[in-house]
Ligand binder design. Structure first.
Ligand SMILES: Cc1ncc(COP(=O)(O)O)c(C=O)c1O
Length: 459
């Protein structure tokens, strides 16, 4: 009997939440249901998703940043179709892989930074950072790693040790001793730690994803200088910021900084399959893979797999052909300008910041008395409740998908696909303005959403 994917999907359509609840993550299923983030999506294209009733949702989350080229990009789809017809000799393992080799060459020649001429392929962002930590340890023979408060590099054991978001570390703190946190942007603290000359690497997101924190202009150039002086490798984690997200190909370029190692993932496969990459210099390679019998001392089974490479090759072409880095800079600047306009009107907005299409809207305690009462009440119940109360009408009434950025921060983050256009941006601004109008009426529907969520959580 032939495999009938369409028939399987049709037979189970609508069971998304119950399957998640029964077999994968019941707590997540409850959260999605409580917040109303459970539409039955049936299609995704570009910056949009459609549900089973045909409603069009604006996707400002892009699968946590993987759909830089937009969902279902025709060029990436076509590449996959062509590949499937080749019956390619994939994953020979004790043999060579042409497509991964070509992708590595493309990355080094056109999508890298000076000196980063060797590529290690893996399957995720965390795996890329984890590998980079191992490489830095072997290269320097040091055991300590510096990282930034609020920084996020993944949730494997190695990356958890350099995770600056406390909520992820709870329960594991006892086994995470190798990392030391410094405040993001604090060059004096960084120098104090580096001057002990015992840090293998300083791992940093050039712009922190959880909260979209942009460093002072001197931070990364100075970090570069200090790392060189004290023999510590500078690892730039561009898993989220890479490939145009911030309006430059890599966020490091905003400050003309070249790291010793760069980690990539998310956008590289057009969202179609897992991929991660470490870009690093040959001198580090030579220390890690130091002899014939150590040629696989760091490896993973699906490294260099054909499908990821094909998706990568097509995605890189799309990024260049469609000028997505430039679009990210242009539409991102437009969104920030429009949002700053809204901040003049809505006192709940404390700050709008961002680079390219990585944008944060941070809320703060309002001045007016009645609103302040609502603010204090909702924060008294839970630190994350206010932003959730904004996201709920955004998705339910306006069909806009977005996210709270990190825990207890009163920040909403926007990371739409880099194909986002002005019509999409105007739709978001109009909807957001209306939701905020409503939030500025206390008591009012937004605050009721907050107490409804709180009651559901308590239940
Ligand atoms: C900067 C950064 N590094 C690493 C990771 C981990 O990537 P993954 O979830 O693919 O393991 C993330 C994920 O969001 C990230 O934003």
């Amino acid at each position: 009997m032939p495999f009938q994917l369409r028939e399987i999907i049709d037979r189970h359509q609508g069971q998304q939440l119950s399957l998640l609840s029964e077999y994968i993550n019941p707590q997540m299923a409850k959260v999605l249901k409580t917040l109303g983030f459970d539409p039955v999506y049936v299609r995704g294209q570009g910056s949009h998703l459609w549900d089973v009733q045909g409603n069009d949702y604006l996707d400002m989350l892009s699968g946590f940043g993987v759909f830089a080229v937009g969902r279902s990009h025709p060029k990436v789809k076509e590449a996959i179709r062509q590949y499937l017809d080749l019956d390619s000799p994939n994953l020979v393992k004790m043999g060579t892989q042409l497509l991964a080799g070509i992708l590595a060459q493309r990355l080094v020649d056109g999508f890298s930074l000076p000196g980063l001429d060797t590529v290690f392929f893996c399957n995720s962002g965390a795996e890329a950072v984890d590998g980079a930590l191992k490489f830095a340890h072997v290269f320097t023979r040091r055991k300590r790693f510096l990282y930034c408060d609020h920084g996020f590099h993944g949730l494997t054991l190695g990356t958890l040790a350099i995770n600056g978001c406390r909520e992820f570390r709870t329960d594991y703190e006892d086994i995470l001793a190798m990392g030391t946190a410094i405040p993001f942007g604090d060059t004096s603290r960084l120098e104090a730690e580096l001057s002990r000359s015992d840090a293998a690497a300083f791992v940093v997101e050039p712009i922190i994803g959880h909260g979209v924190f942009i460093p002072p202009d001197d931070f990364l150039p100075r970090a570069r200088e200090l790392c060189t002086r004290y023999g510590t490798l500078l690892i730039a984690d561009e898993v989220q910021t890479g490939f145009g997200r911030t309006g430059k190909l890599f966020a490091c370029e905003h400050w003309n900084v070249v790291p010793d190692i760069m980690t990539l993932s998310k956008s590289l496969s057009g969202g179609y399959c897992p991929i991660g990459a470490i870009l690093y210099p040959r001198k580090v390679y030579n220390k890690v893979f130091s002899s014939l019998d150590r040629c696989m001392v760091h490896s993973t089974t699906f490294s260099q797999n054909d499908l990821a490479a094909v998706c990568g090759l097509a995605t890189l072409e799309v990024i260049r052909e469609e000028n997505l880095v430039e679009n990210s800079a242009r539409i991102g600047a437009y969104l920030v300008e429009q949002l700053k306009g809204l901040a003049q009107k809505h006192e709940l907005i404390r700050e709008v910041r961002g680079r390219g299409l990585m944008i944060a809207i941070e809320f703060g305690q309002p001045r007016s008395l009645t609103l302040k009462t609502g603010w204090k009440m909702i924060h008294g119940i839970n630190q994350d409740l206010f932003c959730q109360s904004i996201l709920v009408p955004l998705i339910m009434d306006h069909h806009i998908l977005s996210q709270v950025s990190g825990h207890g921060k009163d920040i909403i983050k926007l990371i739409p696909p880099l194909v986002f256009n002005q019509t999409d941006a105007d739709r978001f601004i109009k909807a957001f303005d209306q939701v905020l109008d409503s939030a500025h009426r206390f008591p009012g529907p937004i605050w009721e959403v907050g107490s409804r969520i709180a009651k559901a959580v308590l239940r």
